[in-house]
Design a protein around this ligand. Structure first.
Ligand code: KG4
Ligand code: ZN
Length: 342
């Protein structure tokens, strides 16, 4: 690849259609995200069939806009990167098909990026100098995983959720409180006005040193039961207090397990936070505080690069292609794709 490498990144794994142009895996020249939230809002969650239809309708204009904002043409590109899983199969297929067609017709190398690995690489777009080995917490709507990264593409999974993902639980609690979709940002905001001590919710799988798995279905059920009890009592449900207490329970587990991972693996210098829930203000604050007390630096993407976007896929794709990890023409969408352990 040339010294100035331009990668077009495509992301269609769930309900956001995104295309971005990234220079040398570090500099975002454009990052266009077309959100479908308004279409899914009334259903209280993403409807897969609707999501894939919208991707199909919007992907070409989104790519055109990304190129024009970056001030580049198709002929200037050095590679195409696409997120091929995990995600919704019908949604992933749109991105994968378009990426293959573009790479084939433009005679460019194609990178097939694991969506979770893509989230990690949003951190490479922050301008921070990132040095391996490092620890990383990926918290999204579909995943909650603690990872140890020795180098590019060398990932060891230290722990993951045994049931619900953290973001999924934010969404379900928000739905029960009538706060709309997606729930994370609303709960994050509302919790600032609430009193976390007003309710006490369980913290699962804590206290077992070395156990780095998560479980969030217990806290979800406890909150949903509490909302039901409050509603039955009549009167006003204390929404802000509930949001604050719920958020505190989830954040405390995420932070404690992250610190436990640092103790277990020896402190790395840096800790990366990634995925949609990495946008959470309370999680960032608490995690930074604890990490600083053991001389570790917290790096996280800006809010717009925490949730799904093409720039993180382009950044990861740059490093994939640099390592010669080129996808073949029989690439397919893989809805249940796992992170490859080192
Ligand atoms: O990474 P992402 O965009 O999609 C997946 O790969 O799943 O994450 C979306 C998730 C949703 O569950 C959303 O509620 C959550 O991230 N989220 C947040 C915040 N912003 C988005 N959760 C907590 N606090 C936030 N500020
Ligand atoms: Zn995601």
């Amino acid at each position: 690849m040339s010294r100035k490498t331009l990668i077009l990144g495509l992301e269609t794994s769930c309900d956001d259609t995104s295309a971005a142009v990234v220079l040398n895996g570090r500099t975002v020249l454009s990052n266009v995200v077309s959100s479908q939230d308004s279409f899914h809002l009334r259903f209280g969650g993403v409807v897969p069939e609707i999501a894939s239809r919208h991707h199909l309708e919007i992907i070409n204009p989104v790519i055109d806009e990304a190129l024009s904002k970056a001030g580049v043409a198709f002929r200037d590109l050095d590679g195409i990167a696409v997120s091929y899983g995990p995600g919704l199969v019908g949604s992933l297929l749109v991105g994968v098909s378009v990426a293959k067609a573009l790479a084939f017709s433009l005679e460019l190398p194609l990178a097939a990026v694991n969506h979770l690995e893509g989230h990690i690489y949003a951190n490479f777009l922050t301008g921070a100098t990132i040095s391996f080995p490092l620890l990383c917490l990926v918290v999204s709507g579909g995943h909650t995983s603690l990872l140890y990264m020795e180098g590019h593409g060398q990932i060891e999974i230290l722990g993951r959720t045994r049931d619900d993902a953290a973001g999924e639980v934010f969404d379900k609690v928000a739905r029960a409180l009538g706060l709309g979709f997606p729930g994370g940002p609303v709960i994050d905001k509302l919790a600032q006005q609430g009193e976390a001590a007003a309710f006490s919710f369980p913290r699962a799988l804590m206290g077992e040193e070395g156990k780095l798995d998560f479980s969030f279905s217990g806290v979800k059920t406890a909150v949903l039961n509490c909302i039901r009890r409050e509603t039955e009592k009549g009167g006003q449900v204390r929404t802000a207090d509930l949001a604050a207490a719920f958020q505190e329970a989830v954040v405390e587990v995420l932070v404690e397990k992250s610190l436990m991972a640092a103790r277990q693996r020896g402190m790395t210098r840096q800790f990366l936070l990634a995925g949609g829930v990495a946008a959470n203000g309370e999680l960032r604050r608490k995690l930074r505080q604890k990490l600083e007390s053991v001389n570790m630096e917290l790096i996280h993407p800006p809010v717009e690069l925490c949730t799904d976007n093409g720039a993180m896929i382009a950044a990861a794709g740059y490093y994939y292609l640099r390592q010669g990890r080129r996808a073949s023409w029989d690439l397919n969408a893989v809805p249940n794709l796992e992170l490859e352990g080192a």
